[in-house]
Each structure stands twice: as C-alpha cells, then as structure tokens.
Design a protein around this ligand. Structure first.
Ligand code: NDP
Length: 322
C-alpha cells in the first residue's frame, strides 16, 4: 500500500511516499480501506518533534473509510461498513488499523469527505461549547483563528446555542468566511489590537470565555479580554507554545480560570464518543453544520497540505485523498 512516512523529524521534506505492507488487524482492531484523510495541526507538531513518537511514523489519526477486515473479537461492524474515526493508527495511507472501540458508523446522507472533515474538529468544537464552557444564550465568546478548521465549526455551534461570537482572523477574505459562519464581529488581529477591540465591542466588560488555539501570540491578550471570573480554554498552539506563566496573574486579572483541554479526555468513554460524533455527523447530514473542504490534496502531496496549513493559507478542513 502507499503511505506517507517519516524516518526523522524536521521540515515538510521529511514526509516521504512509501510502499509498505498492508497491516493485519489484531484483537479488537479493524482494518480500514481509507477513502478520505483529515489533516490536523497536531501532525505538524509530531513531524517537527515537538510531540514525541517512535520512528519511522505514518502520521495522521483521522479518516473516513470502508471496513476491510475485522480482527479477532470485534463485533458491531462488518466488511463494507462506512466508518469514521479520529484514532486511526497512521491515517496518511491507503489502509490502516484502528481500535474498534474508537470507530463509529457514518450516518446516511454524510459522504466520506464530509465525515473526515467533521469528526475531529467537529467533536473538538462540540466539547469546547458544551462541556469546557457550556454556552448559553446571552454569553459572549471570543474565538481565535475564526476561519480555521475548528474556528468555523465552533462559531456555528456556539451561535446555534445563542451565544454572541467575536472572532479573530488574519485576512479580509478569512473575515468574510467567519462572518458567514455566524460571527457578529470579526477582528483582523494582524492589523488591530484585538484586546482593545474586544473591550470596545463588549462595552468594557470583556467576554465570558476565550477559545484560544493560537497560543503564544494571543495568550496574554486573551486573558485581558475576559470578564472577571471568565474562562480561557487554551486548546492549541498554532503560533507556538505559551511560555511559563505566573499563576498569581489569574488573581490580579480578575479571578480568572484557565484550562488546557484535549479532545481525548472528552471522548474517553464510548458513550461520550457516540454522543459527540452522532450530534456532529447528524448536524452535517441535516445541513445545520456547514463544512468547507476546498483544500483537498492527493495523498502524495501531504507535505504541500502541511505547508499550506502552517503558512496560514488554508480555511476550513484540509483533506488528503488516497
Ligand atoms: P486551523 O485551521 O485553525 O489552522 C491554524 C490557524 O491558526 C491558521 O489558519 C491561522 O489563522 C492561525 N494562526 C495564528 N498564528 C499562526 C501562526 N503563527 N502559524 C500558523 N497559524 C497561525 O487548524 P485546526 O483547526 O486544525 O486546529 C487549530 C488549533 O487547534 C491547532 O493548534 C490544533 O493543534 C488545535 N486543536 C486542539 C485540539 C484539542 O482538543 N486540544 C483538537 C483539535 C485541534 P489566521 O490566518 O486567521 O490567523
């Protein structure tokens, strides 16, 4: 099978197209024939060695697939089922294994591309808006990178709950997309001081919650954009990791809360995985959650996909097609 693999960490050039044997499913595993692969920022951290992993590595964890073969002891799935998961073991490939416990069926009316585009970022937006800070009507949220993969979905889900959503983006074209997703106000944080803008837009009060996936360049301003006792959900580091931080600042800035969540702790049980994935996929089926998938590349061009993501050229979801 064709797969993308890297033997050492580094720039996008370490991603090589390789010919590898199709893996065999062990107990509790399912062999997938992959149809659409979701690209996520975390794969860049692994490629650079910011997150550690054994090498060589086939990157990727998200894919929509057809079930090819069941390993011993697997029930509930059959060959030919259309399935999706964000716990695939090396999804940048034509075939891959996944623990059956992490696999869900794709509902009627959702294509392979849509499922691969919605699963990881959709469930991330879901836990941020329903569990990390359960939004309700009257809340105001600040969402950074509002035209990104998570950003567009989080904006739609948050506004559907009745929250007002203010976003930040880097270009006017991205601002247009963010507004279409439901943002009431969009700040060009590359041109304007977003902290001052948020103060102005909230009459000096600040927002209830900041969903910050940008990290290093936005962290300080995010804290300063919160109302007293507001919450910062720092869920990514697209601009780099936040440097060490003196907790006493949470006191002086208004008895603030910070959390550094990850999706895995919010889909830790089968019940939670099924709840979040079925809501997200059914919203897609009904047309209530809109996906942008114009950044789709052949598997062999995985390096180009990662370059475009890193260079802030993309909006919405990035897909690879084997
Ligand atoms: P995005 O589509 O949001 O892409 C990243 C965006 O971040 C860019 O498009 C850009 O938007 C913005 N950005 C700001 N500064 C930089 C910079 N210096 N370099 C690159 N991008 C920058 O990616 P995803 O939706 O896939 O993921 C968003 C973030 O959320 C990632 O950090 C990811 O790791 C994290 N994440 C965390 C999860 C969790 O559970 N904790 C789960 C899923 C994702 P603009 O041009 O508008 O500034």
């Amino acid at each position: 099978m064709k797969a993308i693999q890297f033997h050492s960490t580094g720039g996008p050039e370490v991603l090589q197209l390789a010919d590898l044997p199709i893996p065999e499913p062990g107990p509790g595993q399912v062999l997938l024939r992959i149809e659409a692969i979701g690209v996520n920022f975390i794969e860049i951290y692994f490629r650079k060695g910011v997150y550690k992993s054994a090498l060589p590595l086939i990157p990727g964890s998200e894919a929509a697939s057809t079930v090819e073969e069941l390993g011993p002891g697997v029930t509930g799935f059959a060959a030919g089922d259309a399935v999706v998961s964000c716990a695939v073991i090396g999804s940048y490939a034509e075939y891959a294994l996944v623990p059956a416990a992490q696999l869900v069926k794709i509902p009627q009316g959702v294509t392979m591309e849509q499922a691969a585009a919605a699963m990881l970022q959709g469930m991330t937006a879901h836990y941020l808006a329903f569990s990390t800070y359960p939004l309700k009507a009257g809340n105001t949220a600040l969402v950074h990178a509002g035209a990104g993969g998570v950003g567009l979905l989080l904006t739609q889900i948050a506004t559907a709950q009745g929250a007002r959503v203010i976003t930040t983006v880097s270009t006017p074209a991205k601002a247009e997309l963010s507004r279409e997703a439901g943002a009431s106000d969009v700040i060009l944080y590359t041109k304007k001081d977003f902290e001052a803008e948020v103060k102005r837009l909230t009459g000096g009060k600040g927002v209830d919650v900041v969903y910050d996936s940008v990290g290093k360049t936005t962290f300080e301003g995010s804290l300063n954009s919160l109302r007293p006792r507001g919450l910062l959900a720092l869920f990514g580091a697209s601009s780099g990791p936040v440097p060490p931080f003196d907790l006493v600042q949470l006191n002086s800035k208004g008895s603030l809360f910070i959390t550094r969540p990850t999706l895995w702790h919010y889909i830790a049980t089968r019940a939670e995985l099924e709840w979040r994935s079925s809501e997200v996929l059914n919203w897609v089926a009904k047309g209530d959650l809109k996906l942008r998938t114009e950044f789709t590349y052949p598997l062999a061009e995985a390096a180009k996909a990662q370059i475009d993501l890193e260079e802030r050229k993309t909006t919405g979801k990035i897909l690879l097609v084997p």
